[in-house]
Design a binder for this molecule. Sequence first.
Ligand code: AMP
Length: 371
Amino acid sequence: MLGGGQLGRMFAMAARRSGYRIAMFGDPADSPCGQVSDHSSPGQFTDWDALAAFAERVSVVTYEQENIPVSTIEFLQSRVPVFPGPELLRASQNRLLEKTTLRSIGIPTADFLRITSPDELARGLETFGGAGILKTVTMGYDGKGQVKLSSANDCVDVWNRLGVTEAILERLVDFQFELSIVASRFGDGSCHFFAPALNHHVNHILDVSISPVELITDSLAGQAREMARGILEHFGVIGVLCVEFFATRDGRLLVNEIAPRPHNSGHLTIEACASSQFEQQFRAVCGLPSGDVRPRSAAVMINLLGDHLLEVTPDRWSSVFAMPDVYVHLYGKAEARIGRKMGHLTVLAADSRTAEQRAREARRALGFNGP
Ligand code: AMP
């Protein structure tokens, strides 16, 4: 596993249940994934000697975050199988390449323009009717490196503050809601899809995922699966990816982003499905057959950020651990910071509305004074 975050941790826990051993590269032994791995190499992704030693140790490599240099994947690939390969990673690291590639295979996205100067930004905003979102091309996640703009903004000032030489301006999508689908592809070419989830964001960070919901009609779910299939096949993926969409008010889907790995919105599959997104990832990369990805229940996942745990006490933890329908996940991070993902709660219930209510109650029981 390249990367020591919570996605690596949950992958390792799924794989270990089936007796696999995990070596993690890139973070310390006390990182979320390091804590549950058999071996940790806290090396840099550009330390070729350390990477070569790591490759000697393992039979197959996968990754849990997209900010790993493509050259690292190519280097490892010459020594040991790496899934998914570098093509998907390259596209998901660069918003321009990602959207251009999607469009080239007939998958709709928000309208976008490449921007390299304040003048281009001003003209672009005009093209998009005076509203848009300016994003850095690389290294953006959870709303970092992006600004919502209107014609009232001073383009020179905005451009200077973004501090890059190339950016992407997207038309502001007036979406009805956001959804995502986690999908996997195996060595035999078969594709498997989890039920899509409805996602609510707060401050650009995922807050709640709900599945199933009536808003995601069979027709929308079908569109989401076919677009995910198109992406899996185009990039020849073996492994798991997540596609995030905007659902427009006139019933269309636009792809916002691809994650070349399991995703926060798929955490509810740990309890809701026989084979979770992490189980699918380890099965796919280890050459095993797919598990059963059908939902067994309605489920809601609610994130626990540092912000939600400011008032938490041992008693409050106990009250949540006492709730029989609430599954508590904590990632073993030593320090809670605002905006940092510390864990999540999943609730299973007969219907999604009840599950969402219970999930919000459980988070409030931790002392969080909000929705
Ligand atoms: P991103 O980092 O691109 O996933 O964006 C984070 C969040 O910003 C998304 O989940 C949306 O809520 C919002 N957002 C991003 N791009 C757009 C857009 N073109 N139009 C409207 N909202 C957007």
